[in-house]
Design a protein around this ligand. Structure first.
Ligand SMILES: [Zn+2]
Length: 256
């Protein structure tokens, strides 16, 4: 690439990217790019206009439950664990507290750097999860169902040590990643009502707080269906998408 500087135009500057990014860049770049300096590194931010395929007609839905201990659990029983990320975030929170206590200029600078690093790590984890889920959906011709986020904060029950990290927990980011990747792959995404997805029995529909004897387990008081709570929630999300989709696609009766 070449860039304009106060000393004139510099040509033939090398840059690195993943093979995927490079292919996108080569085919779809529009206009000029921005150069950004962060944490001792230079980044090139390029705008690409990628034509989106039309979303295909899904044969079924994959329900995705987002959580704390498991970042994402699907109705296929795929499970994306967040325990390592949780430890990583707690460790960062401790280091942050140490630096904040110092209140020096260099401590502030290191604090900022650390925050960026942590955010990049979370982005990377979310990227991987979204990629896997979208790939399965595309391969099997299914759409992806997620909960509408409004409900999530009320629904997720937390242990005390998790509360510190909850407000910044990347639920939103995972949704954006999935939506973005799904659109590029032509995979339809549906947001469903989040209410009681974790308290309702997918078999007999009995809904009660007591169906959740512990945070991680589901056990229906009425019919006895039992299993991991996040899997049950993912199945409920899938079932809601199935119902919503049938409603949308019911043929309109012709007037006589
Ligand atoms: Zn039941």
């Amino acid at each position: 690439m070449s860039i304009w500087t106060t000393a004139g135009r510099l040509k033939g500057i090398l840059f690195a990217s993943s093979a995927d990014q490079f292919a996108t860049l080569r085919a779809h770049r529009r206009g000029e790019s921005d150069l950004l300096f962060r944490d001792g590194m230079w980044f090139l931010i390029a705008t690409c206009e990628v034509p989106e395929p039309e979303a295909f007609e899904p044969t079924d839905w994959i329900g995705v439950d987002r959580g704390i201990a498991n970042l994402a659990t699907t109705s296929d029983l795929d499970n994306f664990q967040g325990r390592r990320l949780q430890r990583y975030r707690r460790w960062h929170a401790r280091k942050r507290a140490e630096l904040q206590a110092k209140q020096t200029k260099s401590a502030n600078r290191r604090l900022k750097k650390r925050a960026h690093k942590e955010a990049r790590h979370a982005t990377c984890v979310n990227h991987g999860i979204a990629k896997d889920i979208v790939a399965v959906a595309q391969r099997t011709g299914r759409g992806i169902a997620l909960e509408e986020l409004r409900g999530i904060r009320d629904r997720v029950r937390l242990y005390r040590h998790q509360r510190a990290t909850q407000s910044s927990w990347p639920f939103h980011q995972l949704e954006r990643r999935i939506t973005y990747k799904a659109r590029r792959a032509g995979v339809p995404v549906l947001l469903v009502d989040a209410r009681y997805t974790s308290q309702m029995c997918p078999r007999c529909k009995h809904t009660a707080r007591s169906n959740r004897p512990t945070r991680d387990t589901f056990s229906c008081r009425q019919c006895g269906l039992a299993g991991p709570a996040d899997v049950v929630a993912a199945v409920n999300i899938r079932d809601r998408a199935r119902r919503a989709w049938v409603l949308v696609n019911v043929p309109v009766p012709m007037a006589a």
